[in-house]
Design a binder for this molecule. Structure first.
Ligand SMILES: C[S@@+](CC[C@H](N)C(=O)[O-])C[C@H]1O[C@@H](n2cnc3c(N)ncnc32)[C@H](O)[C@@H]1O
Length: 462
């Protein structure tokens, strides 16, 4: 709050003031809050403030008030839960401001964009933002917009939790000089942050051009410049390649009800399901061996009576009576009601079942596993399915896989998921950099390892 308010007379706006944590700190303040209970607390805490019980986006379009500064902690509502008219109106308002957010946007980003509508020229903002500002695709249009609307855009990355009661990692955003523009972001990092801290004086200058060249992500700039430039050099080195150059990375199939569609050998026997309708499947990364899924691996699964047999039916097939009976069980009735099954016809045909050349674990605390598929298994969407191209073999890929270069690449191309986990979406996995031939162990590896350790600390994996 102290960052945003320069003079006691400054008029401060908190667009989602909740119980009034920010507006209680400044006499000349206005808050907006749609939750009546939170608003009542805000009124008690800041009786001098003007507080509107409204949806911020509709209020923002009606009010003629303009503010010297804005501060707060906007709601972090993910796109899956942020639906309906309020969301549509918010995105339409942002589009009119020239910020085009996709429907995958979390609510805080449109909140910040819409707040700028109410600033006086030269105005400032200071907001708590999710650490996703450092990597989420939807953060890019917001940061682009802020750079063309403010003289200063300063992001403060904070490694440890700012709010102990929030599961989300939070960073801070400060902007100043509304009506101007900048060609770089300021990025500071802090291991811990206290509410009394001043705006950091030291920062990294991140040129927009460089930020755009790495898919508009600020997170890689948490690394020292020496490690960033080494990674960039190795990316461009003829001895390295991108996974996407030699493999198509896709997701496995989605059944809608994994328990119904995956049978144990004992269950298949009891229901007399013929072998030709059952395919051994990798259901999740935990079941993956280190190097390869072999026939021996599958035999071991079956001997342990694990539920790894996918019921693989096709639309134009005559179904034996035993399968018809299985499709009439109460479990089948439950499966039929799931969203995925309701969306397809016939409901029991699982689409996109393919036999990939290799599997890639997409969510992990440590490295990502690359495992050959020698047993012609299929896989669910809990792992990625790799189809190789351009004559590369899985063994050749595996040779370079566990090198510091590829492990750092997993950290930089993937994104943190919370709880120490890292996720690789298919398009992120396609960007992974790996040695074309085994790179000699060199002094560079120490530097790359240092980069891995730093990025793992930032995602709380130690
Ligand atoms: C993270 S809380 C922030 C509260 C306060 N600034 C603080 O730091 O304690 C976000 C608040 O936004 C409010 N909110 C969510 N959507 C809103 C909307 N469309 N208009 C106004 N307030 C909204 C919620 O009710 C919630 O109180």
């Amino acid at each position: 709050m102290k960052w945003a308010v320069c003079h006691p007379s400054d008029h401060l706006l908190d667009p989602s003031c909740g119980d009034g944590r920010f507006i209680t700190l400044h006499r000349n303040s206005t808050g907006v809050e749609r939750d009546r209970e939170a608003l009542a607390k805000a009124v008690t805490g800041a009786p001098w403030a003007t507080i509107y019980e409204r949806d911020f986006f509709s209020w923002a379009q009606e009010t003629s008030q303009r503010f010297d500064c804005a501060a707060g902690n906007p709601p972090f509502i993910r796109y899956q839960r942020w639906q309906g008219q309020v969301r549509d109106d918010a995105l339409a308002l942002c589009a009119r401001l020239g910020v085009s957010f996709s429907s995958l946007t979390s609510s805080w980003a449109p909140f910040l964009a819409a707040t700028t509508l109410l600033l006086k020229p030269g105005g400032r903002m200071a907001f708590v933002v999710p650490a996703e500002i450092g990597h989420a695709t939807y953060s890019a249009p917001l940061l682009e917009y802020l750079a063309r609307s403010f003289a200063i855009v300063h992001v403060v990355a904070v490694r440890t939790k700012i709010f102990a009661d929030l599961s989300e990692d939070c960073w801070l955003l400060y902007t100043d000089g509304f009506g101007d523009r900048t060609d770089h972001f300021r990025l500071s990092s802090r291991a811990v942050f206290s509410h009394t801290d001043e705006l950091p004086r030291e920062f990294e200058r991140v040129a927009l051009t460089e930020w755009r060249s790495i898919r508009s992500r600020l997170r890689p700039f948490l690394l020292p410049a020496s490690i960033r430039s080494l990674y960039r050099e190795l990316q461009d080195d003829s001895r390295t390649l991108r996974l996407g150059d030699v493999a198509r990375v896709g997701i496995g199939y989605v059944t809608g009800d994994n328990d119904f569609f995956h049978l144990r050998p004992s269950e298949a026997a009891v229901s007399s399901i013929p072998q030709e309708f059952l395919r051994p499947s990798v259901r999740n990364a935990r079941t993956l061996p280190q190097k390869a899924v072999t026939h021996a691996t599958v035999r071991a699964w079956l001997n342990r009576d694990e539920p790894v047999l996918l019921l693989r039916l096709t639309a134009c097939q005559a179904l034996p009576a035993s399968i018809q009976r299985y499709l009439d069980t109460p479990e089948a009735e439950r499966a039929k009601q799931t969203y995925k099954c309701r969306m397809r016809d016939p409901w029991y045909v699982v689409p996109d079942v393919h036999v990939p050349d290799a599997f890639l674990s997409c969510m992990s605390g440590a490295g990502a596993a690359l495992v050959a598929n020698l047993a012609k298994c299929v896989c669910t969407n809990s792992v990625h399915a790799l189809r190789l191209k351009n004559g590369i073999s899985v063994e050749a890929l595996q040779q370079g896989w566990n090198t510091p270069l590829t492990r750092l690449s997993c950290e930089l191309e993937g994104h943190p998921l919370g709880g120490g986990l890292r996720k690789l979406e298919p398009r992120e996995a396609a960007n992974l950099v790996l040695p074309n031939t085994r790179l000699p162990v060199s002094r560079e590896d120490t530097l790359l390892q240092e980069g891995i350790d730093i990025m793992k600390r930032w995602r709380h994996c130690v």
